[in-house]
Ligand binder design. Structure first.
Ligand SMILES: NC(=O)C1=CN([C@@H]2O[C@H](COP(=O)(O)OP(=O)(O)OC[C@H]3O[C@@H](n4cnc5c(N)ncnc54)[C@H](O)[C@@H]3O)[C@@H](O)[C@H]2O)C=CC1
Ligand SMILES: Cc1cc2nc3c(=O)[nH]c(=O)nc-3n(C[C@H](O)[C@H](O)[C@H](O)COP(=O)(O)O)c2cc1C
Length: 176
């Protein structure tokens, strides 16, 4: 069976709205990060997400050598930060634009993101141009923010919950 053309595939994928995150890493291979929408929950036992990273990305060597990532889910106010981490800008210039801390792995945690998933990379599967990283969550942070940055139709949008109580209280959990 013939594959569809990459351009047609991307045009169709532009119809799929997705939350936007900044995936960060730090360790022996240095601090770096990139904007990502190809992120998905895999299982809650053990808590695992997947992240798809293009092997051509400037962040690829750092992420795969450090073997840790933090998935920082962006709020509406982070559109400019998403653009900065979206390519071409040197890594340290990207980080200079926001405040960061750490949880368990040492990967940078964005101070006021909607949620942060601090992870060790448990498995990697090579598919076409990308590596699929299976990321075991070892610590969490939630801000209680009630809005999300969304990428849909090649443009940024925002969604928000009407009842702030739905987001739950501010919280941090995992090993200290
Ligand atoms: N999964 C990925 O690697 C993604 C990469 N991007 C990057 O950001 C640039 C701007 O994105 P758009 O304005 O949406 O234009 P676009 O026309 O290049 O992409 C449309 C949609 O196709 C998918 N896509 C794009 N490039 C892809 C890739 N290399 N592998 C798998 N899926 C891909 C994404 O869902 C994206 O929103 C893209 O050219 C690409 O370099 C954007 C979204 C996802
Ligand atoms: C909204 C958005 C979503 C993106 N999602 C992904 C993604 O899921 N995986 C990925 O490898 N690159 C993704 N990219 C592209 C990277 O953020 C980055 O632009 C690319 O890796 C090249 O950056 P570089 O200059 O650091 O090499 C996305 C870009 C944007 C703007």
């Amino acid at each position: 069976m013939q594959d569809v053309a990459p351009r047609d595939y991307r045009d169709a994928m532009a119809c799929l709205g997705a939350a936007v995150s900044i995936v960060t890493t730090d360790g022996g291979a240095g601090r770096t990060g990139f904007t990502a929408s190809a992120i998905c929950s895999v299982t809650d036992d053990p808590p695992t997400l997947l992240v798809c990273i293009n092997r051509g990305s400037s962040a690829y060597a750092g992420v795969t050598r450090n073997k840790v990532v933090c998935i920082n889910v962006l709020s509406a106010r982070h559109e400019q930060l998403s653009r900065l981490f979206g390519g071409k800008v040197p890594a340290e210039e990207r980080f200079a634009a926001a405040a960061w801390s750490t949880l368990a792995t040492g990967a940078p945690v964005l101070a006021d993101c909607a949620a942060a998933f601090d992870c060790r990379i448990a498995d990697v599967v090579n598919v076409g141009t990308h590596d699929v990283l299976f990321c075991r969550v070892v610590a969490l942070q939630r801000s209680g923010r009630t809005d999300n940055l969304i990428y849909f139709g090649r443009a940024y949008h925002t969604v928000g919950m009407t009842d702030p109580a739905e987001a739950g209280p501010d919280s941090t959990s995992g090993p200290s």
